[in-house]
Each structure stands twice: as structure tokens, then as C-alpha cells.
Write a protein that binds this ligand. Structure first.
Ligand code: BGC
Length: 245
């Protein structure tokens, strides 16, 4: 069974149809840069363009880099603040003439990993940390998602952890891998002490360079399988699970 998954990020918005029984993309990934400013109407245009590109008319799964409840956006740290309080499933649904199921981007990445990737068949507490523009987390207990955990925003050294250890910070501050890994390690030690996970999965584009920084980490971690497509696959899994129960 195929569904369209759309992943909204701070720099790009991308989508593909996904075969949910395997987690494989069934079309080319179509990507459009996120409009700036990233206002709701501008982003709704792009979402509709992605739907049209795939000539798709079924229910769509769509991620958002913030807290999402019942289709409504509650936080948008790295996007336009006009999103806060807005019903994104309604806005996108009307613009694209499809039904939309919205979820947090890290939660989507986590779903992809739990169903078809590094967390497949793993019970107990699993924490996925996705490293990119922001620092996202997804928490699972016996394969069940605890949504919107936002553990990338815990305080480390008196500051929002994301502002010290996100992937964007490594580039902006031109940190060596070692220096950035030390910051991430400090965050990892804090968050794992709070959650005590049985497995930690590290995702985001950076996970494909795991050899550059895993060696500096005190806690055991595994690399995510899906990397840049995790959000798309997870969004499709979410709409499939919401539709079929
Ligand atoms: C947001 C999270 C999101 C993460 C990754 C954070 O700034 O608060 O909701 O999952 O970035 O995009």
C-alpha cells in the first residue's frame, strides 16, 4: 500500500510516495527549497506543488519541525512564528484538496526507524535523536510513540541544548568534528540520564558521517538507517497507521 509522505524542514520541503510495507520510496524524491519567509500561505503553495507533482489524491502524511497536536502547530522554533496556533492539516488539506495527517518531524523519523530501520522489533525504551537545523527527539516505549517529547530543548550549561549541539551550529561556528562531538556528547549524557533508554538511534543527514563523531561519544548509539528520507517514510507510515488503525 502506498501513501505520499512530505517532510517539511527549515531549508527544504520534500515528498515521495512510499510503500509502507517495506518503507521504500516508490517515486523520485521531489524537493523544493523552503520559502523565506516561511509563512503558512507560501509553504502551503509548496506542499500543493509536491502533491501535484506526484499526481496524488489520497491521504497525505506530513511532518513539521515543531510540536503538532491534532493537526495544529503549537511551536515553530526554526520557522515563521505565524505558524503557532494554526491548523496546518486544514490549511494544507484545503490548498491541496487532500486529507492531511500532520506530525512532528523527529517523531516521523522515529516511526520510520521503529517500523523498518534501526529500531525494528526493539522493545523497551528507544530514543531517536535527529541532528539537523534543530535537535529533534522521538521516544518509543515498546514500539509505541510518546509524541512531541522536544528533548532537544533541555538545558545544558544554562542554554537550550539545540543552540549548542545542533548540526547547524557545527557549520555556523565552523567547529571541528571533535569540538562539536564533545558538545553533542555532553547533551547525550544529559538526555540519556533523564530517559535511560535501552537503545539510542542517531539520525539526520549527519548520521551518514557517523565515523567522524561516534568515537567521541560515551553512550552506545547506532546510526539511523533512513538518513535524509526518514521524515518522508515516517510521514507515510503515520498516515497509514492513522488510516488503517
Ligand atoms: C523543534 C522540534 C523538531 C527539531 C528538529 C526543534 O527545534 O522544536 O520540534 O523536531 O527542531 O527539526
Amino acid at each position: 500500500m502506498e501513501y505520499l509522505g512530505i517532510d517539511i524542514g527549515g531549508t527544504g520541503m520534500k515528498g515521495s510516495t512510499v510503500e509502507v510495507s517495506s518503507g521504500e520510496l516508490t517515486a523520485d524524491r521531489f524537493r523544493i527549497p523552503t520559502p523565506h519567509p516561511a509563512t503558512p500561505p507560501a509553504m502551503a503553495e509548496v506542499v500543493a506543488e509536491i502533491v501535484d507533482h506526484h499526481r496524488y489524491s489520497g491521504p497525505v502524511g506530513c511532518t513539521f519541525p515543531g510540536v503538532v497536536k491534532g493537526g495544529t502547530i503549537l511551536t515553530a522554533v526554526n520557522l515563521d512564528s505565524r505558524w503557532v496556533g494554526l491548523d496546518a492539516s486544514k490549511l494544507f488539506g484545503e490548498r491541496a484538496s487532500c486529507e492531511f495527517v500532520m506530525l512532528n518531524d523527529a517523531d516521523a523519523a522515529g516511526l520510520a526507524e521503529m517500523r523498518h530501520g534501526a529500531g525494528k522489533g526493539v522493545d523497551g525504551t528507544v530514543l531517536l535523536i535527529t541532528i539537523g537545523t534543530g535537535l529533534g527527539t522521538a521516544l518509543f516505549v515498546d514500539q509505541v510513540l510518546v509524541p512531541n517529547t522536544e528533548l532537544g530543548h533541555i538545558e545544558v550549561r544554562g542554554r537550550d541544548a539545540e543552540s549548542r549541539a545542533a548540526g547547524r551550529i557545527r557549520k555556523e561556528k565552523d567547529l571541528s568534528w571533535k569540538k562539536w562531538a564533545k558538545r553533542f556528547n555532553e547533551y547525550l549524557n544529559r538526555v540519556t540520564a533523564l530517559v535511560n533508554p535501552d537503545l539510542v538511534i542517531v539520525g539526520g543527514g549527519i548520521a551518514k558521517r557517523s565515523e567522524r563523531f561516534f568515537g567521541y561519544l560515551d553512550h552506545d548509539v547506532v546510526a539511523a538507517k533512513f538518513l535524509n528520507n526518514a521524515g518522508i517514510v515516517g510521514a507515510a507510515m503515520a498516515v497509514h497507521e492513522a488510516t488503517t488503525g
